[in-house]
Structures are given as C-alpha cells and as structure tokens.
Design a protein around this ligand. Structure first.
Ligand code: KIV
Length: 276
C-alpha cells in the first residue's frame, strides 16, 4: 500500500468507499459493487457472532473470517481489523497479529484503533512495513461502559485530543485515518490538515471516504440503529419473508414441486422395482 499514491488520489478529490465483510459471498457482493476497501472489522463480534461488544473477539476468529473474505475479494483492498485481544500485550504481540493478517489471510493492510499502546504499536508495525489505517474518535475497543457509544470530540479539549491522534497516525506512517462518530466540523478540519485520506463513519460528509458496517447498510443488524446508519435495504425483513414462505410451502406440500425434484426414467424405475 503506497502512501504517496493515497495522497495523490486525495489531491484529486477521490472519494473512497469501504464496507465490512465477514464471509465469502458478502465479499463477492462488495467486490462486484465496486467498493475500494473491504474491512474485516471486529464488528463481526456484534453483528455475526452475537457478542454484546467487539472486545471479546479473538485473533483466531478474525483470521477465520478474514480468510473467508479473501476468497471472495479480487479487486478491492482487504483490511484486517486488529482486535483488542490481538494487541493487549504490546507492540511485539500486535506485530505478530498483524503478520497473521498479512501472511495467513493475505490482507493488504491492518486497521489499528487508538489506545494507550498505539504509539509503540504503530511505530513497530510501520518499521516492519505493515500498512496501517489508524482509527480515532469513538474507538469501541476502549469504550468506557459509563460513557458508552457516544459521539466523541464535542468539547474543545476532546476535539484537540482527536485532532492530535489523527496527526500522530499520519506522522508515524499510517496511510489513512478512520474517523468514527465525531462532529462534522472537526472531521472537516482533520481532513483538510492531513495529507493522507480520512474515511468517516458518523463523521459527516467532509471526509475523503465513507465506511459502513455491511449488516447495518443492508438492514441485517436490527438490535439497534445508530443515528449515522443509513439502511439501503431491509435485509432482515426480506430474508424473514423468504424463510416463512419456504416454511409455509413445506407445510402445505407446495415445495418441492416437480421443477425442484429429480426424475428417474420410468423404465429404470420398473427395472429397479423388479430387482427389489
Ligand atoms: O469493526 C468495524 O467494523 C469498524 C467500523 C465501525 C469501521 O471498525
């Protein structure tokens, strides 16, 4: 992943599109739809595995899903999201996890949320030539249950902290910075002052690109709907309807009909009856 190329594209006002995926068919859909980046997010914990938050996701689970996504991604760049469990022991641990994404799942880059150990981890990953996308603002891995999943950067002090974190990522070699749930005016200034592109989620329209979680975008995750999520389909309703039609047709004998059943040559059938 070439940082200079990302900077050139930003100057040409390219808008990047990123969507999450956790399996092969979804990756194929995203690739066919022309997204630029497919993110194997640790959101897999909440939207696929049924965990209450993202913090319980293991590195093995991430690799399992990333490999499946790799099988369906040909054109888009593939990004593996470093989960909390893959970085807790510090920089050497994070490097090992990042190398697993690159070597085992053939990801093109990793994403790293801002946290206490980010400076040492980022420096290490960049020294080992691992392309890193930074992540600031609302960072679910270090969310304090008391403050919850709320917008960050609303006070001047917190806006300054986020601004500095985004610039830290750029200064130390990240090729892009993801801005999650921060006010539009703040993301506008961050986007303007960074050379590398910003990808926003709940960060307004001034970012260089946008990301959504696939299950939010297509209406498959319905436990709650954050304000910034726009549903482009009501997937859950569509699938529920399909399954209940199947169920009804099985019960009333309409399925399987002749079109969905295999036939046998009547002569072979009577020969078989005689054999029997
Ligand atoms: O894990 C994830 O899907 C993410 C998105 C919210 C960008 O980090």
């Amino acid at each position: 992943m070439n940082t200079q190329e990302f900077i050139r594209q930003k100057k040409r006002h390219k808008k990047w599109v990123m969507v999450t995926a956790y399996d092969t068919p979804t990756a194929e859909i995203l690739d066919a739809a022309g997204v630029d980046f497919v993110l194997v997010g640790d959101s897999v914990g909440m939207v696929v595995l049924g965990y209450p938050t993202t913090t319980g996701v293991t590195m093995d689970e991430m690799i399992h899903h990333a490999k499946a996504v790799r099988r369906g991604t040909r054109r888009a760049k593939l990004i593996g999201d470093l989960p909390l469990s893959g970085i807790t022991k510090g920089a050497a641990h994070a490097l090992e996890s990042a190398q697993r994404f690159i070597e085992e799942a053939r990801c093109d880059a990793v994403k790293l949320e801002w946290g206490r150990k980010t400076p040492e981890i980022l420096r290490k990953l960049v020294r080992y030539k691992i392309p890193v996308m930074g992540h600031v603002g609302l960072t679910p891995q270090t969310v304090d249950p008391k403050s919850g999943f709320k917008v960050r950067g609303k006070s001047a002090e917190s806006a300054l902290t986020i601004f500095k974190q985004a610039h830290f990522f750029e200064k130390h070699g990240a090729f892009a910075v993801l801005l999650e749930c921060i006010p539009g005016p703040l993301s506008r200034v961050i986007t303007k002052t960074l050379k590398v592109p910003t990808i926003g989620i709940g960060a307004g329209r001034f970012c260089d690109g946008q990301v959504l979680v696939f299950h939010d975008l297509v209406g498959l995750f319905t436990r709650f709907k954050p304000l910034h999520v726009k549903r482009y389909a009501e997937g859950r309703l569509i699938f529920e309807k399909a399954v209940s039609r199947f169920s009804k047709e099985v019960k009333n004998g309409k399925f399987p009909d002749k079109r969905h059943s295999f036939q046998m040559d009547p002569k072979e059938f009577s020969r078989w009856e005689r054999l029997l």
